[in-house]
Design a binder for this molecule. Structure first.
Ligand code: ZN
Length: 286
């Protein structure tokens, strides 16, 4: 997309200090149906309620949906308003997997220049009901990583149909709108960066592995073949050739060790993963 076209779009964000408000008055179309672009340079969908965050790096925060239990699913954006490189970090899909949200907290604490050419969106949890009680599944008993459209198969914990759940539907809408170059989906079931399938996704996965010092693996356990998982779905449907991969974080994430991110010699896996994500964001393809 040309810079001119980017500039022609309007970023609708409430002024600093404003309370929760809707951008609906200034937006008439859902951005997911608009010209393919990085949404950080586009209008905010009218369904989202966004507020400005008083922070050096976080520009604004949007409620992108709600869980079955009515809890907000929140995405925060830090970095450039006209980014040509966009990273999304999803901290938690399975509510008992706790390292990812803490890694997102670290990402959010890293200053991200608003004058740079990149932006980072973080979703601390897309399963706030499960996260509140330390439970893998949603209030509907659904494993959200079985509910996306890619190779969806009806199983005991998949939900009745693809995107039947408000949590997965919200995330699918969000990713379809943002069209990130890279999505890093954090989990805590085992220790691995998923490089299944080879190609660009595996290349980025290997690079992330080198930086975070989390071992690459060709298969991340899905309890069998992966049906309906988010990363395969996004990698198969991205309109900007974006890719997504899973990072399984160790349960021993509180123990510091050497990590591979330049400028950071030692850190916990929570820190190393966050630093790796922040390091990669400005190095994504424009
Ligand atoms: Zn998981």
């Amino acid at each position: 997309m040309s810079i001119g076209a980017l500039m022609a779009l309007t970023l609708v964000v409430p002024p600093a200090g404003a309370g929760p408000t809707s951008a609906a008055a200034a937006v008439t179309t859902h951005a997911a149906t608009a010209t393919v672009s990085h949404a950080t340079s586009s209008v905010v969908p009218s369904r989202y309620v966004c507020t400005t965050v008083r922070s050096a790096s976080v520009t604004y925060s949007c409620v992108i949906g709600h869980s079955v239990g009515g809890r907000a699913i929140v995405a925060q954006r830090q970095g450039s308003a006209t980014a040509t490189r966009v990273l999304v970090v999803v901290g938690q899909m399975h509510g008992e997997e706790w390292p990812g949200p803490r890694s997102v907290d670290v990402v959010r604490s890293i200053p991200t220049p608003t004058t740079a050419s990149y932006a980072i969106w973080t979703v601390r949890t897309m399963n706030p009901d499960g996260g509140a009680v330390g439970r893998r599944r949603t209030n509907h008993g659904v494993d959200l990583n079985r509910n996306f459209p890619n190779k969806f198969k009806r199983m005991s914990d998949s939900g009745p149909r693809a995107l039947s759940e408000p949590e997965s539907a919200a995330m699918a809408r969000f990713l379809t709108w943002v069209q990130p170059d890279l999505v890093v989906s954090l989990h805590g079931f085992t220790t691995a960066v998923d490089i299944t399938g080879g190609g660009v996704r595996a290349a980025w996965g290997r690079r992330f592995s080198t930086l975070s010092r989390i071992t690459p693996a060709h298969v991340v356990p899905c309890g069998g073949p992966c049906h309906g998982n988010m990363t395969d779905w996004y990698s198969a449907t991205s309109k900007v050739h974006g890719v997504a991969f899973t990072v399984e974080m160790p349960r021993s994430s509180k123990v510091a060790r050497a990590c591979g991110v330049p400028g950071h010699r030692r850190g916990t896996p929570i820190q190393c993963v966050a630093w790796a994500a922040a390091y990669l964001a400005p190095r994504l393809p424009a």
